[in-house]
Design a protein around this ligand. Structure first.
Ligand code: ZN
Length: 299
């Protein structure tokens, strides 16, 4: 087994053909490691835009890449894919690794735009190093940046040019070397030919806004009185406002009046349900509330 740790830089350009903005790859960097994490070789290329003649000001500032650099060193996206594929196939049984799956997402989108491919033909196995590192560091919730991860792991990356494809790949290599455990990492390796890999990649989780949605289970909409814990009855119909369904409740015993809040988020193959109560007139917040219940169930 070998690891191919890669990173992409992109520019956001307006495509007249599609009538929308797309993230176009302008640079790729990759480092190959063997199963013992020894460095074998690396790959780097600048990619010339097929859509825009000049880089955006924002990307020049962020990456330091210049139009001249792209003009003199850049090849087309299709040429880069052919060349990269050839480089990849110098070894077999490669596990691709990137920091969050957004670069895989971007490569598939660019393939879809410039070729007739809808999947990446040379990536059979993939692992998201961001997910793995967050698990290792015991971080839940919002995603951490590559720089943030290096700081937490006490990796000195001061010399690295951030937001350059090869340097970012090198940072991932250092994180990999610091955090890698064969047994733990193996459960993060996905087979791109199975488990609806691409469907999952492109699925956007959404909050359900209609009570008629088939994923809504009425049982999740009952509440107990936060004061006396009796079963309370809704005094009105649920309505969706802000981020959640809300309804006023009245306790049959202590006459306490409160608001029941339910937020249902549809993920690829599960539902995340957040339930909490708030006082009437108060802006209910899932984070602040003591009676918060969170659950995720497979669907
Ligand atoms: Zn009560």
């Amino acid at each position: 087994m070998n690891f191919i740790i890669f990173d992409l830089e992109c520019d956001t350009v307006y495509s007249r053909a599609h009538g929308s903005f797309i993230n176009e790859i302008i640079e790729i960097g990759a480092v190959r490691l063997d199963a013992k994490l020894n460095r074998i070789d690396e790959y780097h290329r600048m990619v010339r835009s097929g859509i825009s003649k000049k880089l955006s000001g924002r990307i020049k500032k962020l990456t330091g890449i210049t139009d001249d650099e792209i003009r003199s060193e850049g090849i087309t996206f299709a040429e880069m894919i052919d060349e990269f594929e050839e480089w990849v196939h110098k070894t077999h049984d490669n596990v691709f690794i990137s920091w969050s799956d957004s670069d895989i997402h971007m490569m598939v989108s660019n393939l879809g735009y410039f070729t007739d491919l809808r999947t990446i033909p040379f990536i059979d196995k993939y692992a998201d190093l961001q997910r793995y590192t967050m698990k290792k560091l015991g971080i839940t919730g919002s995603q951490i940046s590559l720089t943030d991860a290096c700081e937490r792991l006490a990796l000195n990356e001061e010399d690295a040019a951030h937001h350059r494809a090869l340097d970012d790949s090198e940072m991932c290599v250092d994180i990999m070397k610091k955090c890698y455990s064969k047994r733990e990492f193996s459960s993060f390796i996905l087979d791109t030919k199975k488990d609806c890999f691409y469907e999952r990649l492109f699925f956007k989780p959404y909050v359900i806004k209609s009570m008629k949605n088939p994923f809504i289970d009425k049982k999740d909409f009952n509440f107990r009185c936060p004061k006396c814990h009796r079963r309370a009855r809704p005094a009105e119909k649920y309505r969706f406002t802000g981020h959640a369904f809300k309804a006023r409740f009245e306790c049959p015993k202590c006459k306490n009046v409160f608001v029941g809040n339910v937020r249902v988020k549809k993920n690829f193959d599960s539902l995340s349900i957040y339930r909490y109560t708030s006082e009437v007139g108060e802006k209910g917040s899932a984070e602040k509330n003591e009676t918060l219940e969170k659950k995720t169930q497979k669907v």
